[in-house]
Design a protein around this ligand. Structure first.
Ligand SMILES: Cc1cc2nc3c(=O)[nH]c(=O)nc-3n(C[C@H](O)[C@H](O)[C@H](O)COP(=O)(O)OP(=O)(O)OC[C@H]3O[C@@H](n4cnc5c(N)ncnc54)[C@H](O)[C@@H]3O)c2cc1C
Length: 501
């Protein structure tokens, strides 16, 4: 079986949808392939997009921002993951990029969140989603809210992807689900298509049902998720039929990252053990491998974003982080991924020391500051994940760690004291979510994979703006930026056929 299009996109998440829409808008015929039903990690996400420089929502909320201020902050996070010129372009395009998403039907809102949180409740959609207040001291700029949560109840990723998927269909893109890319077609040293395995009939319907039913359990209750996806993989092996999709102009890889590749994550060290894999079984590194087999290079494959959020409730920011020796570390006002990476440096183990005042305020904030999905985690760490005692020495002994030392700058406060276990593997109720940030190295002007003509990469299959460090919304923002860039340039490329003429 054979299918031909100008552009073939492998992977239908945020990056793939944006690449497909942009390529179709540039006049190319486009086919998108997805191993499962489409949506990937994007549809499971919080739907937060990091955007600034004066978005419509910031202006409506009375927030002052500029591309320059956004650049000044992001330079601290992004460091050398991309060049300064690329980061500047990302910031200068940011407000327009969010408006483009709105044009595709993705709704945002200017309802500004008044408290520090890792994810706002359904009342708020614009919030400070990074570490802005920790990066600049009091003489620096005011922390600017740039987290734009898609306006929808619960976790908003589903609404974000549904709208993008609708826009992709409206653009006339052909979407082929339950179709797995297994090898790239190379012609005269150029990528000219994709060999796939595709499902039809009843196996296809079963595969689709299993992958939809298994997506959330795969993250939140892996024994069940792995069983369902194990059956889906068996269907692929037993009933998958060969299919070649020819690309006249080029192929875009937007097949996610590699957090599902457990062997590779294990090799990075024991500190990562027991974390929650944020993604889908499609994040097995297969897309990145396709690029490597064709001659592409990877970078930042050791960069894993580990999220340890201690807010909400916001009062917990007043606690003190300590390691297993009782030594203080870190800054509780920083974003959860920055805290997570410091916990990893300490072997994955850490505790938050709080006094009675903080605990009382924190408990009172739970109802108003948490969404339902956060509430069970907060309940866990304020109950089973915590030990309490009248003195710091006693509470440390109860937790089995060294005694934290008082420091004049931040005394411990009112007894009794509590230690909350915030380790990577803090127990069944509260493991740290993890996401891979590295991928294929691309030309930052076009998104073409370096050294592989005709092959482009985007989203978590590629090195991008968030590949050094993640703050909420930066991955989806990069998927939009890199996906659109790849879609536009692949559509404009001369392609294999014309190059040979
Ligand atoms: C619970 C959760 C919350 C998150 N919240 C946020 C947030 O609010 N903001 C933010 O910026 N980031 C967030 N993230 C991270 C973000 O969702 C992802 O980094 C991002 O969606 C990745 O997008 P992508 O397009 O690169 O990949 P995906 O969305 O994962 O899409 C990749 C697609 O490729 C398909 N695929 C894989 N291999 C193949 C193959 N061989 N052939 C064909 N198809 C293939 C997969 O089935 C998948 O559909 C969150 C992630 C999770 C899981």
């Amino acid at each position: 079986m054979e299918v031909t299009a100008d552009v073939v996109v492998v992977g239908f998440g945020a990056a793939g949808a944006c690449a497909a829409i942009e390529a179709a808008a540039a006049g190319a015929s486009v086919v998108v392939l997805d191993r499962f039903a489409g949506g990937g990690a994007t549809a499971l996400s919080g739907g937060v997009v990091y955007a600034g420089g004066g978005t419509r929502q910031q202006v409506e909320a009375g927030v002052t921002d500029s591309a320059e201020a956004m650049f000044a902050y992001l330079k601290h996070e992004v460091r050398d993951a991309v060049s300064e010129a690329t980061l500047r372009r990302f910031c200068e395009d940011s407000a327009k990029s969010l408006a483009w998403l709105e044009d595709q039907g993705v709704p945002f809102s200017s309802a500004l969140c008044p408290f520090k949180t890792s994810y706002p409740t359904d009342d708020y959609y614009l919030y400070q989603s990074g570490s802005e207040d920790a990066v600049f001291d009091d003489s620096g700029p005011d922390p600017v809210p740039r987290g734009h949560r898609t306006k929808a109840k619960g976790t908003s990723g589903k609404a974000f992807f549904t709208r993008l998927a609708e826009a992709t269909r409206r653009a006339g893109v052909r979407i082929m689900t339950q179709t797995r890319a297994v090898e790239l077609v190379l012609e005269d040293g150029r990528v000219a298509g994709v060999h796939c395995r595709t499902l039809t009939g009843l196996p296809r319907a079963l595969h689709s049902a299993l992958s939809r039913a298994g997506a959330k359990p795969w993250i939140y209750y892996p024994p069940v998720g792995r069983k369902l996806f194990g059956l889906a993989a068996w269907l692929e092996r037993r009933f998958g039929r060969p299919l070649t999709v020819t690309a006249r102009r080029g192929v875009v890889i937007s097949a996610g990252g590699f957090i599902a590749d457990r062997a590779t994550i294990r090799e990075l060290g024991p500190a990562y053990r027991g974390g929650l894999a944020l993604g889908t079984p499609g994040d097995d590194g297969g897309g990145i491998r396709l690029g490597v087999e064709a001659g592409g290079k990877t970078a930042r494959m050791d960069k894993i974003s580990v999220w340890r959020f201690i807010t909400p409730p916001s009062a917990l920011q007043r606690g003190v982080l300590v390691d297993s020796e009782g030594r203080r570390f870190g800054d509780t006002t920083r974003y959860g991924a920055a805290i997570g990476s410091e916990i990893i440096e300490r072997g994955g183990k850490a505790w938050l020391l709080v006094d009675d005042d903080v605990l009382r305020v924190a408990r009172a904030q739970v109802k108003t500051q948490t969404s339902p999905f956060q509430r069970w985690q907060v309940r866990y760490f304020l109950n089973r994940g915590m030990v309490t005692a009248p003195t710091v020495e006693e509470v440390a002994a109860k937790a089995g760690i060294g005694t934290p030392q008082d420091e004049a700058a931040q005394p411990f406060g009112t007894p009794p004291y509590s230690l909350i276990n915030v380790s990577v593997r803090a127990g069944f109720g509260y493991p740290c979510p993890m996401l891979t940030l590295g991928g294929l190295v691309v030309d930052e002007d076009t998104g073409e994979v370096r050294g592989v003509p005709g092959l482009y990469a985007a989203g978590r299959s590629a090195v991008g703006v968030c590949s050094e460090s993640y703050v909420s919304g930066l991955s989806l923002a990069d998927c939009v930026f890199s996906g659109r860039r790849a879609g536009l340039h692949v559509a404009e490329s001369s392609g294999a056929g014309e190059a040979r003429c």
